[in-house]
Design a protein around this ligand. Structure first.
Ligand code: AMP
Ligand code: MG
Length: 346
């Protein structure tokens, strides 16, 4: 299949999205930018389109897709909403928050087909803030099912270049809208009465959510033997680089000494902060931004995971993030990529 790529850089380019909308209405697949990562979109109401998404990504068919809508109220057509949904929507939608709600049935038939939701009786709803994503949903005039636009098992794409690398010639169209602002996938939550279950941390933080909930339960990274995950995505192996990745924690001085030593001893790539650069050899150094600028770390992380893995180094070391604010999302992605390998310097 020949994949068409279109570039959108300003409102003046928006009319090009009309064709993308038409592709979506006719069971085709379109990769598009969002404020979190690039999504691989298909009509959420169309079984054929959903099946094509799973095939293009190589995604297990029981791992449900997030349904993207233009306004929070549109959820009424597909789900059973509640008061807490609207309270959260008024603060975080449009934005990087996905909320799982019970499915709506008409005459015993679910409005969103089982093929889109991995057979579950719930639907994950998101209302993206990115203007291109928003306009695309409006033009398509259907809800858009979209997982991240990468091959299953590779880091989520944060630029059209990443999408082209993984999906060129497997889908109908790629919309190049520049780099994703946040660079990490959306926060995913399930609401049950006035309890919020945080299934995947993201740019909407646990601290922000806790204000709305009587109780906030943060899903554990480690599944115990035989335990059912709160979300199917939690049971799948996540991106792991082809070479060993270690997360390093400890006092500033100890971490820097460790990096300096490793650079002398072995051919390694290091993912660290701007402030570290003056102490280290610039070869294969990947700077996430200033130490306190967690938004910059999020924005660059997946690109660095792709890049470090194709360097000629034999091992990757990265700073272990704190779990505060967006740090929890960075921690969650890195700890999985590193297979829980942490070097704790004392
Ligand atoms: P991705 O499509 O890569 O952004 O991942 C979406 C995440 O949301 C996966 O971890 C899914 O398992 C999870 N998810 C989507 N829909 C549901 C749902 N109805 N119930 C529970 N988890 C869901
Ligand atoms: Mg994904």
């Amino acid at each position: 299949m020949n994949t068409e790529t279109i570039v959108i850089r300003s409102d003046a380019d928006f009319p090009h999205l009309e064709r993308a909308g038409e592709i979506l209405r006719t069971s085709g697949l379109v990769a598009f930018p969002t404020e979190t990562v690039y999504g691989l979109g298909g009509n959420a109401l169309d079984k054929t389109a959903s099946k094509k998404i799973y095939a293009a990504k190589g995604r297990p068919s029981d791992n449900p897709l997030i349904v993207h809508i233009a306004t929070p109220e549109e959820a009424e057509k597909y789900c059973i909403t509640n008061k807490l949904y609207y309270e959260l929507a008024s603060s975080f939608m449009p934005g990087p928050l996905t909320i799982i709600l019970p499915k709506k049935y008409i005459d015993g038939i679910p409005v969103i087909p089982d093929e889109t939701t991995g057979g579950l009786d719930s639907v994950a709803i998101r209302c993206p803030a990115d203007p291109i994503a928003h306009k695309l949903i409006v033009y398509a005039d259907v809800p858009i099912a979209a997982p991240s636009a990468n091959t299953s098992g590779s880091p989520s794409p944060t630029s059209a270049t990443h999408v082209i690398h993984d999906l060129n010639n497997k889908i109908d169209m790629i919309i190049d809208g520049g780099e994703s602002v946040f660079g990490l996938e959306s926060t995913v939550i399930r609401i049950d009465g006035d309890t919020i279950y945080l299934l995947r941390p993201g740019a909407v933080t646990a601290e922000q959510l806790s204000i709305f909930a009587n109780k906030l339960v943060i899903a554990d990274e480690h599944l115990k033997e035989g335990e059912q995950p709160l979300s199917p995505g939690m049971k799948y192996k996540h991106y792991a680089p082809s070479k060993p990745l270690y997360l390093v924690s400890g006092d500033e001085e100890l971490v820097l000494d460790f990096f300096k030593e490793k650079q002398k001893e072995e051919n390694c790539a290091i993912i660290c902060y701007d402030e570290d650069a003056k102490f280290l050899n610039p070869d294969n150094l990947f700077l996430l931004g200033k130490q306190r600028d967690l938004l910059s770390h999020a924005h660059r992380l997946f690109d660095f995971l792709r890049k470090t893995d194709v360097t000629d180094t034999s091992v990757i070391y990265a700073r272990l993030p704190s779990k505060e604010g967006i740090g929890l999302a960075l921690y969650n992605r890195l700890i999985r990529a590193a297979g829980h390998n942490i070097i704790n310097l004392k």
